[in-house]
Design a binder for this molecule. Structure first.
Ligand SMILES: Cc1cc2nc3c(=O)[nH]c(=O)nc-3n(C[C@H](O)[C@H](O)[C@H](O)COP(=O)(O)OP(=O)(O)OC[C@H]3O[C@@H](n4cnc5c(N)ncnc54)[C@H](O)[C@@H]3O)c2cc1C
Length: 493
């Protein structure tokens, strides 16, 4: 039997649980379900289990707008974030709406019925749902495999190779020589976390990344929460952090040299005297051309200072039986090699979309407000910010979808579709970001456009005004009623 709901959400991660919460609060009369491929809630925050896994943005903005983050640590560990998502779902009864082990493979829109038919695989069997509105909260990368470059000789290495996306529960690194390949957020998290028990941890990077230390605890946030209580303090702290991140991002784009020099001076202060900062901590790109890495309380620098960890900037020639040979001729001995080499991006959970029998080629679509697709009716997706916390955008996308659904109901429409017929709009990448993992796959994603509402400003302030208060009927979004079936029309004549 095919089950019908008003709204079908795909994914029970941070975004999907947030979307359901917004829906229940704004439109309690709507029926909904969440289809989740995995066995459990949490997405990213359940999948990644490597030592030290944590956020690299503050939880006052990575937390939902509607649920204050009340813990002392603003840069929080993965299990605390997972608990926060699960508690949100349990307290609002959202967990009862989740169908676990349902991997959505396709969704086809019928204009005649104003409905999506969604096919999922459940325990190896195809199952079918229909819905009036489809809301993809399926993240942005593949869950089954991370990115692994072709390392020559990897098969002959006698030690253990692990990818952070598939961390073995029983891997004991006590007293072991560990090499972490990479220089992104995962590598800078893993190195100090493993340095506690390992004999030594080497971070092996091809090229340096900007790394900034921030206090793990936000003293202002903790004081305000004590004085005002969590509910009243939360929006103030959120805005404080939004403002700080926005100003720093803008300054980085406008005065890159100044920001580069600020980061460099702070890095030198935390490293031992005479440390080769130019080789290991002087990136070739401008701040925020790629995501800036945060380290709480300078933990990475402390591990280097104490001699528990070191950084090598070089290229791998090959794996040997006992470690890695580098282009400089250096040999690195290792018992464990961690390939923190990144994610493999995946658009919309790999779901095949069709509209009235036509396949939707994602790269030929344009993203409307960074959250709907040109020519694809009654469909929204969540991709958060790269230069700020994901959830800031996820919350706004959900708020906009609720406004859109209300608008449809109020006007008696049952279809809405953004249409790009402005000849002056040129195509832009959906994520305008130079990081390797983005550049590798961005061609498979929808495009953004050069002009509003197709432009993606990557600005919370802009999106807040636009998505929370901007007009729904803006001339670009087209509304319609489904055609009255001929039989019914004849009867009523
Ligand atoms: C290690 C790591 C650390 C990060 N740290 C931060 C941070 O500090 N700050 C920040 O802003 N962002 C961070 N991010 C980005 C992060 O992904 C987001 O913060 C957020 O968790 C994304 O939530 P989501 O629900 O949109 O996606 P996900 O967490 O990826 O969840 C998507 C869910 O959808 C399900 N799904 C996918 N496809 C299908 C399908 N076809 N059918 C059914 N279900 C499907 C998945 O199983 C999953 O449960 C980090 C990412 C990683 C990988």
């Amino acid at each position: 039997m095919t089950e019908h709901v008003d709204v079908l959400i795909i994914g029970a991660g941070l975004s999907g649980i947030g979307a359901a919460h917004h829906l229940q609060a704004a439109l309690p009369g709507k029926t909904y379900a969440i289809l989740e491929a995995r066995e459990t809630i949490g997405g990213t925050w359940d999948l990644f289990r490597y030592p030290g896994v944590r956020s690299d943005s503050d939880m006052h903005t990575l937390g939902y707008r509607f649920r204050p983050w009340t813990q002392a640590k603003a840069i929080a560990d993965g299990p605390s974030i997972l608990r926060y998502i699960r508690d949100t779902a349990a307290e609002a009864g959202i967990d009862r709406h989740i169908r676990f082990r349902h991997r959505v493979v396709s969704a086809s829109w019928s204009g005649e019925d104003a409905r999506w038919t969604v096919e999922a695989i459940h325990d190896g069997e195809p199952v079918r749902f229909t819905c009036g509105f489809l809301f993809a909260c399926s993240g942005y990368y593949r869950y089954d495999a991370g990115h692994l470059p072709d390392f020559p000789g990897i098969e002959r290495f006698g030690g253990t190779v692990v990818h952070p996306q598939h961390w073995p529960e029983d891997l004991d690194h006590t007293g072991k020589k560990v090499v972490v390949i990479g220089s992104g957020a995962t590598a800078v998290t893993l190195v100090p976390a493993m340095a506690g028990k390992a004999a030594h941890v080497t971070m092996l990077q091809r090229s340096p990344t900007y790394i900034m230390s921030l206090p793990a605890e936000d003293a202002i946030a903790n004081t305000l929460r004590r004085l005002l209580g969590a509910r009243r303090a939360y929006p103030i702290v959120r805005w404080k952090n939004v403002a700080a991140v926005t100003l720093f991002y803008r300054l980085s784009r406008r005065r890159p040299r100044l920001v580069r020099s600020i980061i460099r001076k702070a890095t030198i202060r935390r490293l031992p005297p005479g440390y080769d900062v130019d080789t290991h901590f002087k990136p070739r790109y401008r701040p925020w051309d790629q995501r800036l890495c945060i380290v709480p309380d300078g933990d990475l620098f402390a591990a280097i200072r104490d001699g528990r960890a070191s950084v090598v900037t070089d290229r791998i020639t090959e794996f040997t039986e006992t470690g890695l040979r580098l282009e400089s001729g250096t040999e690195l001995d290792a018992d464990i090699v961690v390939t923190a080499t990144g994610l493999r991006l995946l658009a919309l959970g790999g779901i095949r979309l069709t509209v009235d029998g036509r396949d939707v080629a994602l790269p030929e679509t344009m993203a409307y407000k960074g959250m709907m697709l040109s020519g694809v009716p009654n469909f929204a997706f969540t991709i958060g910010y790269i230069n700020a916390s994901w959830t800031l955008k996820a919350d706004l996308v959900s708020e906009y979808v609720m406004r859109l659904l209300r608008h449809l109901d109020a006007r008696g429409h049952d279809q809405c579709v953004p249409v790009n017929d402005d000849p002056d709009v040129t195509e832009q990448p959906l994520m305008d970001f130079q990081a390797g993992y983005v550049l590798r796959s961005i061609e498979e994603f929808p495009k953004a456009g050069s002009r509003t509402p197709w432009r993606i400003p990557m600005s919370y302030a802009h999106d807040l005004v636009d998505l929370r208060y901007g007009p729904i009927d803006d001339g670009v979004m087209r509304f319609s009623r489904r055609p009255v079936p001929r039989e019914a029309a004849r009867r009523s004549a």
